[in-house]
Design a protein around this ligand. Structure first.
Ligand code: NAP
Length: 282
């Protein structure tokens, strides 16, 4: 198996081995938590309009004293702005909120397929990239038919697809579909958030003991060896450190298989959010 210290995207850019999730990281306390992560070494910050923290993320970036070009801010378009004009205006508004000149990466947060507007939203991202507002464009929670529809309409393939993925819902078929199209899979909620008990699962704990690593490091290593970019949230510097340093060991195939076998299919989803049914507008 291979471990990736960076991930190459189909637009010629790269991502490091891990990104920091920021849902629930907010306000003045949030700035300290982001600075703590930057001190550990994180450079990718994953936000969304719906997280109500774009201003905080921008402030944390500007007050970090790390050169802008070394930081990587990834934001997301909410479902309420899938119409073309609304999408362009919302991307600009998000830039004003962050106080940044461009986003390094920008994703459509959910396809909301019943609205039939995600192709229009994708066209807006394609053009926003041409205008210089965004460097890398991608999607989130897109299923194969959604991917094919946007690629066929615009000729442009997303660089990444950020999807639900953790040991109880490993989403391996969608990852294979992303791979087939040259799209990097990003894992959201790699630990199953505060809802699933992946970090205290007996199999994961047993594997962690075998390698003398933490359950968190085992899960992130498993993602990486499956060529998946993990987006993980932690407000604590101890956990941030742990999660950043997961590359110095290699899970054997038999242990990769044991984690793969924890998958529970659809019932393993954290909140049952099947992208064909679930809709999110904020
Ligand atoms: N695209 C989408 O639709 C979508 C959906 C959901 C999430 N996301 C993105 O994915 C990111 C990550 O997902 P998430 O925030 O839902 O959950 P997560 O990263 O799976 O889990 C976060 C939880 O794990 C704990 N934790 C982190 N590191 C730990 C460690 N080493 N040991 C023990 N506990 C640890 C955190 O507590 P502490 O803070 O105490 O460490 C927190 O309670 C989000 O923040 C967001 O950026 C995207």
């Amino acid at each position: 198996m291979t471990l990736y210290d960076k991930f190459y995207l189909n637009d010629g850019t790269t991502l490091p081995h891990v990104g920091l999730g920021t849902v629930h990281i907010q306000g003045g306390k949030g700035i300290h938590q982001i600075h703590s992560a930057l001190d550990v070494g994180y450079r990718v910050l994953d936000t969304a309009t719906g997280y109500n923290n774009e201003g905080m993320v921008g402030e944390a970036v500007r007050s970090s004293f790390i050169p802008r070009e070394q930081l990587y801010v990834s934001d997301k378009l909410p479902g309420l702005a899938h119409q073309y004009d609304k999408a362009i205006a919302l991307i600009q508004e998000s830039l004003y909120r962050t106080g940044l000149d461009y986003f390094d990466k920008y994703l459509i947060h959910w396809p909301n397929p019943k609205e039939e507007l995600y192709v229009e939203a994708w066209q807006a991202l394609v053009n926003a990239q041409k205008y210089g507002l965004i460097k890398t464009i991608g999607v989130s929670n897109f299923l194969p038919e959604h991917l094919d529809n946007i690629i066929e309409a615009t000729g442009i393939t997303p660089a990444t697809n950020q999807i639900e993925r953790h040991p109880y819902f490993n989403n391996k078929d969608l990852i294979a579909e992303n791979d087939k199209r040259g799209i990097l899979s990003e894992a959201w909620s790699p630990f199953g958030r505060e809802i699933n008990d992946t970090l205290t699962n007996a199999t994961i704990k047993e594997i962690a003991k075998k390698y003398d690593r933490s359950p968190a490091q085992v899960i992130l290593n498993w993602d990486n060896q499956h060529h998946v970019f993990p987006v993980v949230r932690s407000a604590s510097q101890k956990h941030q450190y742990d999660n950043f340093h997961y590359l110095d060991f290699e899970l054997a195939q038999e242990d990769m298989d044991k984690i793969d076998a924890l998958d529970q299919g659809e019932k393993g989803r954290i909140e049952g959010q099947n992208p064909n049914e679930y809709e999110e507008f904020i």
